[in-house]
Design a protein around this ligand. Structure first.
Ligand SMILES: NC(=O)C1=CN([C@@H]2O[C@H](COP(=O)(O)OP(=O)(O)OC[C@H]3O[C@@H](n4cnc5c(N)ncnc54)[C@H](O)[C@@H]3O)[C@@H](O)[C@H]2O)C=CC1
Ligand SMILES: O=C(O)[C@@H]1CCC=N1
Length: 271
């Protein structure tokens, strides 16, 4: 099954906020006809209303794919609408944080193919990364279809076990927020050192974006790229002595932040 089969069978999108819209934009850009998409969302955005998809109207009972992108807290109520579609033919893909596959199986039946996925917001510019894992009923073709859908908004990786999903959520799902906060704090620190705010923000954004692109493109690993910036006894070394401090620097701070996100994902999973 591929995008053409999805176009023929129909795709139902439950929840079209930030993540749902990013994915929908990617699919439409890849040529999925708007007429083959049914979106269910009680609060549709103006952008969504302009896309020509079916909005809150009679979805097919056995679409090729249902993609679930509602908040985990709304899941119980939202899933009830989908119960009749759990027929073993439709593939369900959920991007919700902290909602285990078992929660979908409980509502849709264990015979239903279900893929749990964790994307991130750079999906909005097709630069996301999504980790995926399927249930026992998800066939190789189902996994490929889920990958095809999610690769419309960036890279995909498959997980070995669902247990990895909490740490993935803490690292790459929530991760863009850490990087945006890094940009905010670098710019604020530049202002503290005497730069005008708009110049400091321009420098901070370009530095993070450029360093990210270099980390992705270079054959050296990030540790070597860091060394390449660091002249002996120079300015970078002075900064890294602060940032790499084992008690107060990035290592313990980010370890705590990512643990907090991972723990919250585990808590959400327990319901
Ligand atoms: N925002 C992010 O960075 C990421 C979010 N996620 C997951 O994606 C899911 C959606 O998150 P966002 O798009 O950020 O949230 P959002 O709040 O932007 O979107 C949720 C959408 O669901 C709609 N909704 C609420 N109740 C509904 C119902 N009963 N039926 C249908 N639609 C309903 C809302 O109107 C809203 O448009 C969450 O489960 C979240 O864990 C996953 C990875 C990254
Ligand atoms: O904050 C959250 O719960 C969601 C999941 C990953 C990113 N945003």
């Amino acid at each position: 099954m591929n995008m053409n089969d999805i176009a023929a069978g129909g795709l139902v999108l439950l929840g079209c906020g930030k993540m749902g819209s990013a994915m929908l934009a990617g699919w439409l850009a890849q040529g999925l006809p708007a007429a083959s998409v049914w979106v269910m969302d009680p609060h549709p955005s103006d952008w969504l209303k302009a896309q020509g998809v079916h909005l809150n109207e009679g979805a097919p009972l056995a679409p090729a794919v249902v993609l679930i992108a509602v908040k985990p807290q709304m899941m119980g109520e939202a899933l009830l609408v989908l119960t009749p579609m759990g027929n073993g033919k439709t593939l369900f893909v959920s991007v919700a944080a902290g909602t285990p596959i078992a929660a979908y199986e409980a509502v849709l039946g264990a015979e239903t193919p279900i893929v749990r996925a964790m994307p991130n917001t750079p999906a909005a510019i097709s630069r996301g990364i999504t980790a995926l894992i399927g249930n026992a009923r998800a066939s190789a073709a189902d996994m490929e279809l889920a990958e095809e859908l999610l690769s419309a908004v960036g890279q995909t990786v498959r997980l070995q076990s669902e247990a990895q999903m909490d740490a993935v959520t803490g690292l790459s799902g929530s991760g863009p927020a850490y990087v945006f906060h890094l940009i905010e704090t670098m710019a604020a620190a530049g202002v503290e050192q005497g730069l005008p705010a708009d110049l400091a923000m321009e420098l901070a954004k370009a530095t993070v974006a450029g360093a990210g692109a270099l980390a992705e493109a270079a054959s050296e690993d990030p540790a070597q790229l860091r060394v390449n910036v660091t002249s002996p006894n120079g300015t970078t070394q002075a900064a890294l002595e602060v940032l790499m401090d084992k008690e107060k620097g990035f290592p313990p701070l980010l370890a705590r932040a990512i643990k907090a996100a991972t723990d919250r994902s585990k808590e959400l999973s327990r319901g």
